[in-house]
Ligand binder design. Structure first.
Ligand code: AVJ
Length: 330
């Protein structure tokens, strides 16, 4: 029996790519306007590069959100009183923001059970280790899995009856407005009336400030985007020449979004050995790798309302660059 299975598999000349990354790369690079989902920017190298972006002077987002947490974190969940709650964090950061928030919760004498949620077990483990070092008594229970599966059943995961969801860092900005709505509806389903959602969103501001944040002097954003080509070389056996692509960033005021492209400097053919797939780039042809949406406070209000939430308060920084918006599920 073992033999027959072995024969059956080795007989296939070109086994079709089974994993989602391969399928999405073939689909995205076959489009008339080439495009890949920004979630593929975050392999281990990409996550490290993103961490370095957050340390660049031009990238105001992370620093500003930390300022908001340090200023207002002790008040965020004041109306839960001293009742312990479940705290779910979507998409683990490196822990800086979570640690800052826990310090504030300590001040407010509020207790929670912490549930970091991520598709990457590696990211969860890293965050859990950092939190454990800083707060040895904090109970943590990492949840690995995709949001679509986990979110609608959140209320059955936590031990306490009150739930708070954190979705920080303007991560929602990577979603199209339709995808953002369906994510928020999943969160709505997973919560009970009165539960809370704290969302970090980057506010629309003058375009020079935004452009600079995605065009840092040190070239970290450029490396971050180019890493996607490197990742395809490593994981899919592609032969992208990173020297033949330029990082190009625009602010699109019609979409209210920063948009990142890798632009081919000359005509070229890229071969994906493992996928039995080839793709041509014309000279100056673009590959769209990321959208980072920006928001106004009124838009945030209507996003909350149309998805079954009520805005409790917008916590903004002194320069109105970023907001941690607190919503209550209706
Ligand atoms: C992690 C999605 C919030 O859009 O600002 C940073 C990612 N891309 N620089 C953002 C990113 C380029 C970041 N988010």
């Amino acid at each position: 029996m073992t033999t027959s299975i072995r024969t059956a598999t080795t007989r296939q000349p070109n086994p079709p790519p089974a994993d989602q990354f391969s399928l999405d790369v073939i689909e995205g690079l076959s489009r008339p306007q080439k495009k890949l989902s920004s979630m593929y920017l975050y392999d281990d190298a990409g996550s490290q590069l993103f961490d370095q972006i957050t340390e660049q002077p031009e990238y105001y987002l992370t620093r500003t959100e930390l300022e908001i947490i340090r200023s207002y974190g002790a008040r965020f969940f004041a109306h839960l009183g001293n009742e312990a709650f479940n705290l779910f964090e979507l998409g683990c950061g490196n822990g800086d923001k979570t640690i800052a928030l826990f310090k504030q919760l300590q001040k407010a004498q509020q207790h929670c059970l912490f549930y970091p949620i991520d598709i990457s077990q590696y990211a969860i483990d890293g965050l859990m280790r950092r939190i454990h070092q800083a707060f040895p008594l904090q109970r943590i229970d990492g949840q690995q899995g995709d949001y679509q599966q986990l979110l609608p059943r959140l209320k059955s995961v936590g031990l306490h009856s009150k739930n708070v969801v954190l979705f920080l860092g303007s991560n929602i900005g990577n979603y199209s407005s339709q995808d953002a709505d369906s994510l928020l509806q999943d969160i709505y389903q997973g919560l009970n009336p009165g539960d809370l959602l704290l969302m970090g969103l980057d506010l629309t501001k003058d375009y020079q400030t935004m452009l600079a944040a995605y065009n840092d002097e040190q070239g970290m954003t450029r490396q971050f985007n180019l890493n996607l080509l490197q990742r395809m070389n490593q994981e899919l056996g592609a032969d992208f020449d990173l020297g033949k692509f330029q990082h190009y960033e625009i602010y699109n005021p019609l979409e209210q979004a920063m948009q990142s492209f890798l632009v081919a400097t000359e005509h070229q053919t890229v071969t994906f050995k493992q996928l039995n797939f080839q793709v041509n780039f014309d000279a100056h042809e673009a590959l769209w790798v990321e959208s980072s949406h920006k928001y106004g406070l009124k838009e945030i209000d209507s996003m909350a309302r149309r998805n079954g939430f009520e805005v409790v308060r917008h916590y903004t920084d002194s320069r109105q660059q970023f907001v941690d918006s607190l919503w209550q599920r209706l």
